[in-house]
Design a binder for this molecule. Structure first.
Ligand SMILES: [Ca+2]
Length: 266
């Protein structure tokens, strides 16, 4: 049985989403230190975008330090210019809070850096890791989906965009809570399921955020739809859905698979 309840309740969709003003730094490649894995010769610098004065002081050094990398280098066009770029995560545990974990994107013209945020290095056994490159927002290029934190069963990803404007982190659906506002939850257990995915064509910026909780012998699935806009999620109130589904069906619901943004991927 499938029951669809109404929509159009913008006021109930939660507070407006916000994106943390994460540090963004564009580092001219000529300033990078040359390391063994680095490409040579370095491309011409594209210059600095300024980043609103929020750049991390260690960004240039860490971006050029191959020994600071955690995980491998992922290749894909994150700048949206049609040519593949190199993306990786770098850790600097001696840096100020908020600058200890960075996502670095090196393109033909420049190296861009965004902070993973102050909550990244928590007492977690696992360091952050790139989950995928996916067309999550409506900006040019693929976005970097990073697994940032994990609870007992629910995981949390962040989305970082380097194309179609200044590098920016995509604000999450968590409203004003500083704990969740930049994070996209997915996974869970029988007691609570969450998922995030593209709703429609990848790259359109239409996002669906799904949750499922037990309700009697069934699950109540809530699907909230958003449109990315200026690195934030704008709620599409008219597309909110509430569904009551069987336990067998809930495991097959699109958007509730235990992986972030699966249908946005290249
Ligand atoms: Ca590119």
């Amino acid at each position: 049985m499938l029951l669809i309840f109404a929509a159009g309740v913008a006021a109930l969709l939660g507070a407006a989403c916000s994106s943390e003003p994460g540090p963004g730094t564009r580092t001219p490649p000529a300033q990078e230190r040359s390391r063994g894995q680095d490409r040579s010769p370095a491309p011409a610098p594209r210059g600095s975008h300024g980043g609103g004065g929020s750049s991390c002081p260690n960004a240039t050094e860490i971006a050029g330090d191959s020994e600071a990398r955690t995980g491998g280098v992922v290749r894909g066009d994150v700048t949206g210019d049609g040519t593949p770029d190199e993306v990786w995560l770098a850790l600097d545990r001696s840096a100020p809070r908020g600058c200890r974990a960075l996502v670095v994107a090196r393109s033909a013209g420049a190296t861009d850096v965004l902070s993973l945020g102050p909550r990244t290095i928590a007492p977690s056994p696992n360091p952050p890791a790139i989950s995928s490159l996916a067309a999550v927002d409506d900006r040019a290029g693929l976005d970097v989906v990073v697994d940032i934190a994990a609870g007992a069963s629910t995981s949390f990803a962040g989305v970082f965009s380097f194309g179609g404007g200044l590098p920016a982190r995509l604000g999450g659906p968590g409203g004003s809570s500083s704990v969740t506002r930049d994070l996209f939850a997915y996974g869970g257990s029988v007691g609570h399921l969450e998922g995030v995915d593209c709703a429609g064509e990848a790259g359109s910026g239409r996002i669906v955020v799904s949750t499922a909780v037990p309700r009697g012998d069934r699950y109540l699935v809530t699907r909230r739809f958003f449109q990315t806009e200026d690195s934030k999620l704008r709620p599409l109130a008219e597309l909110r859905q509430r569904l009551v589904v069987s336990p067998r069906r809930v495991g097959k619901m699109p958007g509730l698979v235990p992986s972030p943004f699966p249908s946005c991927r290249a």
